[in-house]
Design a protein around this ligand. Structure first.
Ligand code: SF4
Ligand code: SF4
Length: 280
C-alpha cells in the first residue's frame, strides 16, 4: 500500500537487552501482515510504523546509527514508541549490557523518560525471563521494574512470550494505532485481546483432564498436567491462535505449556517438566 501525504507516522525505537533475539526472529516471520508490510507499508490504513532504530535489521551502524537515539529524543519528544526486547541488566550499574559507550540501563532510562509509551516485547523484557533466572548474577529485570525503581512515569504495555507470537506484537501495535494507548489490559499490563483466557480452559486435551486421563511420558495421549503442564496457571490464546501461521503449538506438539507469558516463568514454574503447586 503506497503511503500518501495523509499517512500518520509512528516513530519506533527498538532496544535489545539480555535475551536471545528470538522475539525479533519471531516477529520477522510474521505472515499476515508480513514484516515488509509492517515496516514499509501501512499496518492499518493511514498509519505507518517508522522503525528508526533496531540493531538486528537496520542498515546503519556505529556512530551514525547511535546518533538516531538522541536525535529522536530531541525531535520527537513524547511522540515515539520505545520497544524493549530482552531484560535489562542492572547489577554493577548495568555494565553487563552496553550500547555504544553507554550501558543499556542508561540508554533505556534516558529514552523511556521522553517516550509516548514503552512496549516490553517478550518474557524477558516484560518480567526478566531466563536472563533473570536464579542466581541472576547480572541483576536482570523487566522494564516495569526498572521504570518503577527509577521513578520514571510512562505508559507500559507488556507483550510477553518466549518467544512473543508475531500476532501479539503486530496486533498490539495496530490496536494502539487505531484506538490510542487506552487498550484493555490485565493487571500485568498485558492486552486482554491476546492474554484474556486460561490455556487450560481452551485446551484440546481438557476432556482428558476432566476424565482423569493423564499422559505418563512425553508422547503419550492424555492431559499433560502430570508432566508439568502450566496451562491451568497461564493466560494466552495459544490454543486458538497457534504458532507458525496456525500450524502447531506447544500442547498440540505434545509438550506441556511452560507458562512462558507469566511472571512465574521460569523459576517459580520449575522444574518445567514436573507437576508443582503454584498460584493455589
Ligand atoms: S494439557 Fe495442560 S492445559 Fe491442557 S488440559 Fe491438561 S493441564 Fe490443562
Ligand atoms: S502454550 Fe504455554 S509455553 Fe507454549 S507459547 Fe503458549 S504460553 Fe508459552
Amino acid at each position: 500500500m503506497a503511503k500518501d501525504t495523509k499517512t500518520a507516522e509512528y516513530p519506533v525505537i527498538w532496544l535489545q537487552g539480555a535475551g536471545c533475539t528470538g522475539c525479533s526472529v519471531s516477529i520477522l516471520n510474521s505472515v499476515s501482515p508480513s514484516i515488509s508490510n509492517v515496516l514499509i507499508d501501512e499496518v492499518v490504513p493511514g498509519k505507518h510504523v517508522s522503525m528508526r532504530f533496531h540493531a538486528t535489521i537496520m542498515a546503519g551502524s556505529g556512530e551514525v546509527a547511535l546518533k538516531v537515539l538522541p536525535d529522536t529524543k530531541k525531535e520527537l519528544t513524547g511522540k515515539y514508541i520505545l520497544i524493549v526486547e530482552g531484560a535489562i541488566p542492572t547489577a554493577d550499574n548495568g555494565v553487563y549490557c552496553e550500547l555504544g559507550d553507554k550501558t543499556l540501563l542508561e540508554v533505556f532510562k534516558d529514552m523511556a523518560k521522553d517516550a509516548l509509551a514503552v512496549i516490553a516485547i517478550g518474557q524477558c523484557a516484560a518480567f526478566g525471563g531466563i536472563p533473570a533466572a536464579e542466581p541472576n548474577p547480572t541483576g536482570c529485570k523487566g522494564v516495569m521494574h526498572v521504570l518503577k525503581h527509577n521513578n520514571i512515569k510512562v505508559p507500559v504495555i507488556n507483550v510477553p512470550g518466549c518467544p512473543v507470537h508475531p500476532d501479539w506484537f503486530v496486533g498490539t501495535v495496530a490496536s494502539i494505532m487505531l484506538g490510542g494507548l487506552d487498550i484493555e489490559v490485565d493487571d500485568l499490563a498485558r492486552p486482554k485481546l491476546f492474554y484474556g483466557g486460561l490455556i487450560h480452559e481452551n485446551c484440546p486435551r481438557r476432556p482428558d483432564f476432566d476424565k482423569g486421563k493423564f499422559a505418563e511420558k512425553i508422547g503419550d495421549e492424555g492431559c499433560l498436567y502430570e508432566l508439568g503442564c502450566k496451562g491451568p496457571y497461564t493466560s494466552a490464546d495459544c490454543p486458538e491462535r497457534q504458532f507458525n501461521s496456525g500450524i502447531n503449538w506447544c500442547i498440540k506438539n505434545g509438550s506441556p505449556c511452560h507458562g512462558c507469558v507469566e511472571p512465574e516463568f521460569p523459576d517459580k514454574f520449575s522444574p518445567l517438566y514436573k507437576k508443582i503447586k503454584v498460584k493455589e
